[in-house]
Each structure stands twice: as C-alpha cells, then as structure tokens.
Design a protein around this ligand. Structure first.
Ligand SMILES: Nc1ncnc2c1ncn2[C@@H]1O[C@H](COP(=O)(O)OP(=O)(O)O)[C@@H](O)[C@H]1O
Ligand SMILES: O=C(O)[C@H](O)COP(=O)(O)O
Length: 616
C-alpha cells in the first residue's frame, strides 16, 4: 500500500501556542487518528484534511513550544516523518514569530532505507559491529591457543600449569556448537600425537563454515579426527546418538598411558546423547522440547538430562579412566557452572533423582512427560541411590577456555573504540525474555529522562523505583549509568550498555522466534510508549551461536521507530509477541532489516544484549 507524501510544513499560532502544521498528502486516505500519539503530534482529523490536486492532504498539528533551536526543530520533524515512514530533508528558510512559512523543499517521496539519516545508520552499523566483534573474540581457535601450549621439543603439553607427556598417545573427543574450531586448533597443535578422534557438531556446520570462508574452524582433510554432524534444531537425533556411541566406544578402551582431550561447548547436551534404556531417543526429544518451551532454565533441563543418560553427569569421564582426561570447555551457562555445560559429562553430578521429579512437577509436566522417564526416575528415587558425593579428588583436568564474560568485555572495548562510553551490566542476565525486554525499554526511558531532568525529577524517580523494585536492576547499576550519562552526553558521546546471559521463553504460541528476538520485540513495544525526542536508542539482543530458538536469525535490533513501521504496514506487534512469532514480524517489516543474521558462528557463549543511546 502506498501511503503518504508530505508537501510542506507551516508555522501557525493556536491558542497562543506556536504550532507546526504538517501538510501530508495521502493515498489512500489513512484512518482518522492514524498518526496520533507520537511525539509532538497531537491532532490529525478529517476536519484538517482536504483534497489537493486529487490527493488527500492531512494536516498534522504539533506543539512546538519544546523546540529550543532551529536545529532541534529540523531534527524533530525529520524523526517524526521517519517514524511515519517518510523521508524528508527539512530545510528551514526562516522562522519569524508565528508566521506561516514553508520549511520543506524538494520532491517528497517514500522513505527508503538509504534515507535514514547518518546518525541512525551509523548507530545501527556500530551496534552490529560491536556484536560481531564480541562473537569474533570468542571464536574457539584463539580460545584454545590461549590456554593450551606445547613445549618447544613438542613432547609435552601444558594446560592449567599441568604437564602431560606426549608420545603418540592423544585421543580427542568433542561435542558442541564450538567444537569444530576447537578440534582444528588441537589438531594443528598436536597432529603427530593424535591417534584418533571423534567430534559431534551441529548439522550443516562444515558446509556453513566453508561457505563463510571460515575453514580454519574445520578439521583438515588429513586429520585423524572424525567429524559427525547431527542434532537438527538443537534436539537430539539418531545421528547424534550414533556419534555419541562411537565416542563411548573410543573412550572405553583407553589406558593410563593415554591422554584424552575432551572438547566441550554449549549444544553438547543434544550432540552427546545416549539415553539409559528403556528410555528411548524419542522420549528424550519429547522431554527436552517440553521443558525448554515451558520456560525451564538450562540448569533444570540439564539436571534432568544428566540423570537420564549414559554419558552425562561425569559418566563419560568415568568410562575413560584410567586415561588422563583434559576437558577444554567453552562456557555457555550463567556463572560458568562446569557440571551444567553440555550436562557435565566429565564433571561430578551433584543432582539427584528427587530434584528431577521436582522440576517436572514445577512445570506441571507430570502427566505429559513419557512414562518411561517418570518410572526410571521413580526407580532411582526408590533405590535410594545418591550420586557419588564428589570430592576434591575428582579426576581429570578442566579449563574454561572462554565465556560470555570475555565476549562482553570485548564488546565494551569495541564500543569505546567507536566513541561510546561503555558500561558492562553483567553476564548473568536471566529471567523471562518478555520481562527482560520491558526492563531494557524502561531503562532507555530512564536514560532519556535523566539526560534532560534533574535527578530528583518525579518521573525519573518513579522509573528508578520501578527498575529496582520490579525488574531487580541493582541501584548501583542505575547510579553508574546516571553518572555515565552526564559524563558522556556532556562530552558529546553516546553511551553503550552491554550485558550477557540467557533468558527463558514460555512458548505458548505457534510462531517462529527465540529468546533474543522475543526480548527485542518486547523492548520495542516499550520503546514505542515513550517519545524519545532528546536521544536516539538502538537495542540489540543476539545469540552468539548465531541461531536464536526456532528461527534462522541470531537475534534482532530495533530503535523506537520499529513498532510504528510495523503498524503502518497494518501489523499488530502485540499479536506477534503473544504468538511467539517475533521472527516473522522482524522479517515482514522493512524487508527484515531488523533481523540480525549471522548463520552458525562456530562459537557459543550464551546471548549478548547491547543498547546504544546517543543524544540528538
Ligand atoms: N517461537 C519461539 N519464540 C520465542 N522463543 C522460542 C521459540 N521457540 C523456541 N524458543 C525458545 O528458544 C530456546 C531454545 O533455543 P536455542 O537457540 O536452541 O537455545 P540454546 O541454543 O541456548 O539451546 C528455548 O528456551 C525456547 O523457549
Ligand atoms: O547453547 C545451547 O545449545 C544450549 O545452551 C544448551 O547448551 P548445553 O549443550 O550446554 O546444555
């Protein structure tokens, strides 16, 4: 549908207040009130419309008393028009009192993405740049090289200050989304000592990494490490089970002379799957899907997995003994809890069967989870078997080679390099994606208000109280952000807030999306409820593995105009949000320009959120 062209803006008095009247020609005629409710525009009615040369002219009224300079006036109108989906380059010839003047010149036309003024495009470019730098910083190869070193004579390996004698006695196994690159790094380093290896990586990884020119994240053709691909949609499947059983057979035959290197990253839970009979693969798929869409955390899901499978919860390591076992782990869980990453196949299992039952009850899944699983857990409870209490002497050497922490630190450095004042909000962002999204929206409002108001302003105080009381934002975080705002904005710089973590989504709808996109859409809805006249806000949330939930995007990025753009297309963002269909909304608006698409990145350190706020 073709909508509107502007024709001109006039400066007129109304009730003693100066007003701007924007004449917009529309085809077809918009519904009454279509433009109501944003920024300074407070009235558009048919009364103010008319036909000029066969097209409808809408006069939009806007209070201008808040404009404090010619520059401000120009920018505000530019933004208002952009929000409505138009491009204009306002030029003010003259403002004198309240006399009628034309401000806009040139042939009006529809807004095109290249028309978005430099500030918006630059900020969008910067935020994507920051996200990509964060991902690049945790590519597995450099992470492995940071912690593993080979002696000059090539006869010993050092990890965590521990030395391992090498004499063609190295075996490698691995499972997870980042394991391909980790295996390549190990292969390059220890090639001559490796006897055999098996890795289980996501379906399509090799093809995708090759296509992206990242073949340095793939094991070479002459490698002794076999590559298995499986776990379509991050769920266990037959291919993953075959790879897992091959891994089990490999580690079961090792002797004390051998060194087993276990490469572990997020996604390993699905890629290393061997259910304890009589539980079937189908049962595991069902319970995994049920728990993750019910909003269970990865801690809860993996507690269940550890207790239902043959290799998780330390059992892979037990099978590999007496070999020397080195686990290299790229963390994808909040707090880097080792026994939870990929369900801890080389770590002690602290959980019990009773806990599993509690989790199933918590999500009211007692009658839905396959009976084989319930019976299996109940038998464990009745037998009174407790997991071996782990002692300090739990065998093996483990090193966390990288985590979200690392990626967000690099994101902050990149932001600083691009001229923003960065602030790291932390790496343990958890909770429901919608709620966290609202929190970011409110935070943007808090920043906008703090920028122009006194700290004791009642709206600032109310928002502060809400952020602390309802959204659990620490008071100290808000104080730090407040002082950052005044420092940055007075120096003419924007601020960049960075956080990391993993939220949950209780998927009730039938749409396509993921945690990151659900959060961004929720933020966008919040941003739309406020008029950001003094600053520009850009918010991104993305999965570092490049795949957000059931979608093929890594995440999304929006500014306060996004919802208006969707509404102009006749789309209802709330419907998409409630149907967990964020991805399809992002796809539909402005040719999907809000989607962050990376493809499989070859790494995985949870999700990252970035919010840039600049003054205008
Ligand atoms: N349509 C959807 N909208 C929002 N979230 C979804 C949707 N479908 C699945 N999810 C969420 O995506 C998560 C799984 O996504 P995934 O990217 O595979 O996570 P991870 O890589 O951490 O395992 C689950 O928490 C699930 O609730
Ligand atoms: O990244 C993932 O796929 C999820 O966070 C699951 O990770 P896990 O394999 O460590 O359980």
């Amino acid at each position: 549908m073709t909508y509107t062209w502007y024709t001109g803006v006039q400066w007129q008095p109304l009730n003693g207040h100066p007003l701007l009247v924007l004449h917009v020609t529309c085809r077809p005629t918009p519904r009454q009130g279509l433009f109501l409710g944003h920024g300074h525009i407070y009235q558009t009615t048919r009364k103010h419309s008319g036909k000029v040369a066969g097209v409808t002219v809408i006069r939009m009224w806007a209070a201008t008393c808040k404009f404090h300079s010619r520059h401000h006036l120009q920018n505000s109108w530019k933004r208002i028009l952009q929000i409505q989906g138009f491009f204009c380059q306002p030029r003010i010839e003259q403002i004198s009192g309240c006399q009628s003047k034309r401000f806009f010149h040139g042939q009006p036309r529809r807004l095109l993405s290249q028309d978005i003024p430099p500030i918006t495009m630059a900020v969008r470019e910067d935020i994507l740049n920051i996200f990509n730098s964060a991902i690049e910083s945790v590519l597995p190869r450099q992470m492995v090289e940071r912690v593993v070193s080979l002696s000059e004579d090539g006869c010993s390996l050092t990890v965590n200050n521990e030395k391992f004698l090498l004499k063609k006695n190295v075996y490698v196994v691995g499972f997870g989304k980042a394991v391909s690159g980790m295996a390549r790094a190990i292969d390059d380093l220890l090639h001559d000592h490796i006897i055999k290896g098996i890795i289980s990586i996501p379906v399509g990884s090799s093809e995708h990494l090759t296509m992206k020119g990242k073949s340095d994240l793939l094991v070479g053709e002459n490698s002794k490490i076999e590559v298995h691909e499986g776990a379509e949609q991050n769920l266990p499947d037959e291919a993953a089970v075959r790879a897992s059983l091959a891994i089990r057979d490999l580690v079961s035959d090792l002797t004390e002379e051998d060194v087993l290197i276990v490469l572990i990253s997020g996604g390993g839970s699905a890629l290393l799957t061997a259910p304890c009979p009589p539980i079937t693969l189908r049962d595991m798929i069902t319970v995994t899907r049920m728990l993750s869409t019910a909003g269970a955390t990865i801690f809860e899901l993996n507690t269940i997995r550890k207790n239902l499978e043959l290799l998780k919860g330390g059992k892979l390591l037990e099978m590999a003994l007496p070999a020397k076992v080195i686990s290299l782990v790229l963390s994808d869980v909040v707090g880097d809890q080792l026994d939870m990453i990929a369900s801890g196949p080389t770590q002690p299992n602290f959980s019990s069967a009773e806990e599993c039952l509690k989790i199933i009850e918590k999500y009211d899944l007692g009658n839905k989870v396959p009976t084989s699983i319930i019976e299996f857990i109940q038998k464990k409870v009745e037998s009174g078997v407790r997991p071996a209490v782990p002692s300090d002497t739990w065998p093996g050497t483990t090193s966390i080679i990288g985590s979200n922490d690392f990626a967000t630190t690099i994101a902050c450095s990149k932001a600083a390099e691009l001229g923003y004042f960065p602030f790291l909000m932390g790496n343990s962002l958890e909770g429901e994606a919608n709620t966290v999204g609202q929190m970011f929206g409110k935070l943007a409002k808090f920043i906008s208000l703090s920028f122009t108001s006194q700290p004791n302003n009642s709206r600032v105080k109310a928002l502060q109280a809400e952020l602390i009381g309802k959204f659990d934002v620490p008071k100290s975080t808000l104080s730090s952000i407040s002082s950052l705002i005044s420092k940055a904005f007075s120096a003419g710089h924007g601020i960049c807030l960075v956080s990391g973590g993993e939220t949950v989504v209780n998927v009730k709808g039938t749409g396509t999306g993921g945690r990151a996109q659900q959060m961004v859409l929720s933020t966008a809805v919040q941003l739309n409820e406020f008029s950001f006249t003094n600053c520009h806000v850009e918010f991104l949330s993305g999965a570092t593995d490049g795949m957000d939930g059931s979608s093929d995007a890594a995440g999304a990025v929006v500014n306060p105009d996004f919802i208006k753009q969707a509404q102009l297309m006749g789309l209802d963002p709330e419907l998409y949000l409630n149907n967990n269909d964020s991805s399809n909304l992002f796809k539909a608006v402005d040719k999907g320009s809000s989607l962050v698409v990376t493809g499989l990145t070859g790494t995985n350190v949870m999700d990252i959120q970035i919010m840039i706020v600049t003054s205008v």
